[in-house]
Design a protein around this ligand. Structure first.
Ligand SMILES: O=C(O)c1ccccc1NCC(=O)[C@H](O)[C@H](O)COP(=O)(O)O
Length: 207
């Protein structure tokens, strides 16, 4: 299973994730997030772009030109669309970058209905817990709703996943589970991860 660590705001932490073998690093370009990376990494772009780790830009209802500029500026591997972006918006990006469309799960069972319009216009799905802040809540949803759905695209599992969830992750089997996405439960402070905890998570997950 691939691993994404989201909400990174320093070059040093990006470097450490790369050294730890993390597959994806998420940088949040949503200025209402306490993990907003735009102002912190702007001057560090040459260093960020020299790294090998796949970089995911996280956006919430951002204008297309702003998303496209960030793709260029930060050599993004993928964009993670966390808001109410349309299928047409996703489609416009598909030939430029990998598109991860987020679905915010709020106890509803109709996952099939949620994902249907995006089936052909993204590379991956990501399932996160629905909250007013859009993401980074530290809250988990009931993963069983995914087992009942007819998902047939690789997806990231997200929302409140912590070190204590390793065993649960190992027993959650879904043919399209592609990656696990972690964030606030690994933080020392907003936007700053406890890298020992991340390392421990990776080790436990691979044990
Ligand atoms: O983390 C944020 O502050 C955030 C704000 C707005 C949209 C998305 C955000 N994070 C995106 C992520 O991919 C998080 O990893 C995901 O929401 C899970 O976070 P957590 O529940 O803290 O593990």
């Amino acid at each position: 299973m691939k691993i994404k660590v989201c909400g990174i705001t320093t070059v040093e932490q990006l470097q450490t994730l790369q050294e730890l073998g993390v597959d994806y690093a998420g940088m949040i370009f949503y200025d209402k997030s306490k993990r907003f990376a735009g102002d912190k990494l702007e001057d560090e772009r040459p260093l960020v772009n020299a790294l090998d780790i796949a970089r995911v830009g996280v956006f919430v209802n951002t204008e297309m030109d702003v998303v496209q500029k960030a793709i260029q500026d930060y050599s993004l591997t993928a964009v993670q669309l966390h808001g109410d972006e349309t299928d047409a918006f996703c489609l416009d990006l598909m030939d430029k970058v990998q598109v991860i469309k987020v679905f915010r799960v709020a106890g509803q069972k109709d996952i099939d209905g949620l994902v249907a319009p995006f089936q052909e216009v993204c590379h991956y799905f990501l399932f996160d817990t629905d909250t007013a802040a859009y993401g980074g809540s530290g809250q988990q949803f009931d993963w069983r709703v995914l087992e009942c759905a007819g998902i047939n695209k690789p997806f990231f599992l997200s929302g409140g996943i912590g070190l204590e969830d390793v065993e649960k992750l190992k027993t959650f089997h879904h043919p399209y589970l592609y990656a696990v996405d972690v964030n606030s439960r690994f933080e020392i402070a907003p936007g700053i991860k406890d890298m020992n905890k991340v390392a421990h998570f990776i080790k436990q997950l691979n044990a």
